[in-house]
Design a protein around this ligand. Structure first.
Ligand SMILES: *Cc1c(COP(=O)(O)O)cnc(C)c1O
Length: 380
């Protein structure tokens, strides 16, 4: 039985995330050749090697490594050459990066509501938002929950729209037997330190065709093709060799780490099953999860609200996160600018959601304690 304050007594803080790291010696050994070659960046050996290995791991036709997930999104959008001011239908229930990438490309985000069942864009509400200015849809596989990719593809085809998936949470997710990066005209991954697979900072864009890969290569490297030829107005968004080596090391442990997360995920589910007022997202049939996050929804019937539960956990040294609250549409920089419709469901989810700590090395005992605090938030 959980005694209030046990975690506090131990003085141990449990954060929502702990970055995955290879054994120290493994990384040090792996970066040694950089001291011999002095080749630290500019699409070096390890950049190319990681690109190839990840392309295989994610089962995608082409993959371009980037300096981080946000620049990967910006480059994927820039690649499409949308006219300035074009509209992009997207979700407000995401990390701010998704919306920023649209606005920073001089496009207009048009927020669509999400589904209560899994937090992804509500595909039944997309068509009514389409105007002559609509150029693209940018949905998010939020928490690794797969969007209704079939219906989104049908709509995109009908109205000739591009689809770029923000797959920042979906590293390693498979859907109907294929890597998730195969959906849409492009998919963007993040390898930030807090994501399930990291290169310290990093990201990638997966695309179906080689000419798109070449275009991304230009965009991430100033458009430089050779010493005397610049063909594109590119940025600098390439991954360096230290990050690439970190990725190669972490990739060796990626399958095992996913299995470890799965065990903790299932333990949470077992222990929290049937707690009145606590719900979970549903996953789409055909999804093979990466067990990246463990979000719960604290709704009606529970002993307190989401913020109340969050406080109880924090008082006991557990630090869950309110991902994603507030909605990006409600942030100070966007407020009252791009909202054309009610975002009732997104608002409800953002007030109910709480992401619990989940990572490969999380103690089994910690999962049990956290679950017990949720079952009985005020002790006895
Ligand atoms: C993390 C994240 C990004 C940005 O990735 P970075 O690697 O941190 O730049 C974009 N979208 C979503 C949904 C994310 O969670």
């Amino acid at each position: 039985m959980w005694k209030k304050g046990e975690m506090v007594m131990q003085g141990r803080k449990i954060l929502v995330r702990q970055s995955c790291m290879p054994p120290y010696e493994e990384y040090i050994e792996a970066i040694r050749p950089l001291w011999d070659s002095h080749w630290l960046t500019n699409m070096g050996k390890y950049h190319r090697e990681l690109e190839k290995k990840l392309q295989e791991y994610l089962e995608v036709p082409e993959l371009s490594l980037m300096v981080n997930g946000h620049m990967a999104l910006e480059m994927a959008i820039q690649m499409m050459e949308f006219p300035e001011g074009a509209e992009v239908i997207t979700t407000p229930f995401t990390f701010i990066s998704t919306t920023h990438a649209i606005v920073r490309n001089k496009l207009e985000p048009v927020f669509c509501d999400v589904k209560e069942s899994d937090g992804t864009i509500d595909e039944t509400k997309i068509e009514r938002l389409i105007t002559e200015k609509t150029a693209a849809i940018i949905p998010v596989h939020v928490y690794g929950n797969v969007c209704n990719v079939e219906e989104i593809e049908r709509i995109a085809w009908k109205y000739r729209l591009k689809v770029i998936y923000d797959a920042a949470h979906a590293f390693g997710v498979r859907y109907k037997g294929k890597g998730i990066g195969n959906c849409g005209d492009a998919a963007v991954f993040s390898f930030h330190a807090t994501k399930v697979f990291n290169t310290v900072e990093g990201g990638a864009v997966s695309v179906p065709r080689n000419e798109m890969y070449e275009r991304l290569y230009n965009l991430k490297n100033f458009g430089i093709r050779n010493e005397e030829l610049v063909v594109d107005v590119g940025a600098n968004a390439k991954m360096n060799e230290f990050s690439a080596v970190m990725g190669l090391c972490n990739l060796r442990h990626a399958v095992e780490a996913a299995e470890e997360r799965k065990r903790r995920y299932e333990l949470y589910r077992d222990l929290l099953d049937g707690v009145k007022g606590i719900r979970f997202f549903e996953s789409r049939e055909g999804t093979e999860s990466n067990y990246a996050y463990f979000p719960i929804l604290v709704g009606e019937g529970y002993r307190t609200d989401r913020d109340g539960l969050c406080r109880v956990l924090m008082e006991n040294n557990i630090f869950p996160r309110k991902y994603f609250y507030p909605l990006t549409a409600d942030q100070a920089c966007f407020k009252n600018k791009y909202c054309r419709v009610e975002l009732a469901c997104a608002r409800k989810l953002s007030k109910e959601v709480l992401v619990l700590p989940l990572y490969a090395d999380l103690d089994r005992g910690a999962v049990e304690e956290i679950a017990e605090m949720i079952r009985d938030p005020f002790g006895r």
